[in-house]
Write a protein that binds this ligand. Structure first.
Ligand code: SAM
Length: 317
């Protein structure tokens, strides 16, 4: 699979403390002077575009916390050969920012929501803001940040009672609800075995709604399997990163908020491109480094678990 998708974590700060991602007691943040500047991010994306990157996703942490984010969106959207610019957000600030982001050139958003029940949502994220997130989803649809995808990580004993509520949204709202298998990132997060495999989620949905059929979801580049309930407007996606290995179809490369290129989430191989840029390295040399990072992407053998000390909010989920 050709690597054509770049994910950039624009901040490791978040306004939620999801139990599986960023436990409240985790205070190990990147220093301000280590965070990539807009000029640095723009330069990296421009040079990555020369190496075949066509899709860029801004993530975090919570990307909507990064000051002046629409200015960065405007600059990245203007780079030739970048065909799609997207963002993954928890949606808490989306209602206020969706219109400005769309006008700046953002194509679409993925919104993470792990429960549709207010108390359960608060238990997972630490904040009572579900209604704001739902307003953010509607605003994204209204301003045309589409197709909107909703990401849900299902944990046994935490929110697995929400599976059918999520599936039901796809029947009459034009969104794709994606179930992402949980991967344990550190000792402070739920046990690895608390994950609910996508095949189990699918069978819960099929018991209620009958067999799911294939859905066409654009863009569909990536490892998700897209299906739909009969007669539904929306679709359901399954991202089985834990129970299956989709390394060969993985087309992503990541940059952490402190400027480290990460070709594979499961490998500790990184290259500190932020530091390299600050040493006055030329565009040509940087392009060679980026091409090498892309080239080694499919050379890793994936272990069962993420590397010790891995931080999803720093690397960018
Ligand atoms: N703050 C934004 C958000 O909530 O979407 C972007 C960052 S968040 C790290 C990106 C995605 O990673 C979210 O959909 C989240 O559910 C997912 N994620 C975080 N930790 C995860 C984990 N341990 N296993 C699987 N997915 C995870």
């Amino acid at each position: 699979m050709r690597v054509n998708c770049l994910r950039i974590s624009v901040t490791d700060r978040c306004n939620l403390s999801c139990v599986y991602c960023h436990p409240a007691r985790d205070r190990d943040f990147v220093q301000d002077d280590e965070v990539l500047t807009f000029d640095e991010i723009h330069r990296i994306v421009r040079l990555f575009a020369d190496c075949g990157i066509e899709n860029v996703r801004l993530t975090g942490g919570e990307p909507l916390l990064r000051r002046d984010l629409p200015l960065l969106v405007t600059r990245l959207a203007a780079i030739e050969r970048i065909r799609e610019l997207t963002l993954t957000t928890n949606g808490v600030r989306l209602k206020q920012m969706a219109g400005e982001l769309k006008a700046a050139g953002l194509d679409r958003v993925n919104i993470s929501v792990d429960s549709l029940e207010a108390d359960n949502y608060k238990q997972i994220t630490g904040r009572d803001v579900l209604s704001r997130v739902v307003e953010g989803i509607h605003k994204a649809l209204e301003v045309g940040l589409q197709p909107v995808k909703i990401n849900a990580v299902i944990l046994r004993g935490v929110n697995h009672s929400q599976i059918l509520a999520f599936a039901k949204i796809s029947i009459d709202v034009p969104v794709t609800v994606r179930f992402i298998e949980y991967c344990q990132t550190s000792e402070g997060t739920p046990a690895a075995d608390d994950y609910v495999p996508c095949r189990e989620i699918r069978s819960v949905i099929e018991r209620a709604y009958g067999p799911l059929s294939r859905a066409t979801v654009r863009p569909s580049n990536g490892p998700a399997l897209y299906l739909k309930i009969g007669g539904a407007i929306g679709a359901i996606g399954f991202i089985a990163g834990r129970s299956t290995r989709f390394c060969r179809s993985c087309n992503r490369i990541r940059i952490s908020s402190d400027g480290k290129i990460r070709p594979c989430l499961y490998s500790d191989y990184t290259c500190d491109i932020g530091q390299v840029m600050r040493n006055g390295t030329s565009d040509g040399q940087i392009r060679n480094i980026l091409a090498r990072a892309i080239g080694c992407k499919h050379t890793f053998t994936r272990p069962d678990s993420l590397v010790r000390g891995f931080s999803m909010r720093k690397v960018g989920g």
